[in-house]
Write a protein that binds this ligand. Structure first.
Ligand SMILES: C[S@@+](CC[C@H](N)C(=O)[O-])C[C@H]1O[C@@H](n2cnc3c(N)ncnc32)[C@H](O)[C@@H]1O
Length: 252
């Protein structure tokens, strides 16, 4: 999968694309993260990528021509059929909040173009003429779209086959599975007076699975009861939830 990031700060992606799971996936050719410097597509020798707002007001606005130019250059060697299936994402606090459904949708694309805004934001013609999806990473405002782009790339990459060791792990994670994950323990068995539950060291796999499922349900009920409205629950899950105080749901 090819991620094309359009940014005024391409250096910000250097470390990101070369460490840990993303870095290994890039090395193995499963992903590429190519940061295109928007400033290279400016028309003047000062590399002016932003300008004052028409109508007045604080903050500079990113100009449309360099962003359109950077997008065309980033996709120049992408075949037309692939290009048509490549989402062009604008990072923006005004967008739809990134969630698992969007991550799943993006993970099936051959690549993505991600535009990082800065300053007061981007010229509206970029939304009108270039962008297919406007995505927020949460209800707060960042200084620029670079961190949002990294969040999107990281979340989507985990669903590109082969990037994360075992596909099963990805599906069992919090949110993806529909619930929050059960508590995790590793050695030492006892740490500062806090013991690992005996069942996890019992070797009884059926009991371990039951304990994990119950803890996952308990944790979800306590922290994210809204998830229970859509989680894939079995009858015995429902019985257990009722026994710990679940009222049957619809917290949305
Ligand atoms: C200071 S913000 C501009 C906010 C803009 N004035 C507004 O009110 O919508 C600068 C850039 O950071 C990025 N950004 C800020 N908050 C974001 C969020 N929650 N999710 C994704 N991108 C965000 C966007 O690329 C945005 O263009």
């Amino acid at each position: 999968m090819r991620f094309h990031v359009l940014t005024l700060f391409p250096d910000a992606f250097g470390i990101f694309a070369h460490y840990s799971i993303i870095g290994r996936a890039v090395e193995r050719g499963l992903l590429s993260v190519e940061a295109t410097d928007i400033r290279e597509f400016t028309a003047d020798r000062h590399g002016t990528a932003d300008d004052y707002q028409f109508g007045g007001g604080p903050g500079m606005v990113m100009k449309p021509e360099p962003v359109f130019g950077a997008a065309a250059a980033a996709l120049s060697d992408t075949p037309a059929a692939e290009r048509a299936r490549t989402p062009v994402v604008l990072t923006s606090p005004q967008g739809r909040t990134l969630d698992q459904a969007l991550v799943d949708e993006f993970a099936t694309a051959p690549g993505m173009v991600i535009i990082c805004g800065h300053y007061a934001g981007v010229d509206e013609r970029i939304r009108q003429g270039l962008v297919t999806h406007e995505i927020s990473i949460g209800d707060y405002v960042l200084t620029g779209g670079e961190l949002a782009a990294m969040v999107i790339i990281d979340a989507v990459s985990r669903f590109v086959p082969g990037v994360v060791g075992s596909e099963e792990n990805v599906q069992e994670d919090s949110i993806t599975s529909g619930l929050l994950q059960h508590p995790l323990y590793t050695r030492p068995a006892e740490f500062r007076g806090m013991a690992t539950p005996d069942v996890l060291r019992s070797g009884n796999h059926a009991e371990i699975e039951r304990w994990r499922r119950h803890k996952s349900l308990e944790r979800t009920l306590r922290l994210r009861p809204d998830l229970l409205d859509t989680a894939p629950l079995t009858n015995s899950d429902r019985v257990y939830l009722a026994s710990i105080g679940w009222d049957g749901g619809q917290h949305a």
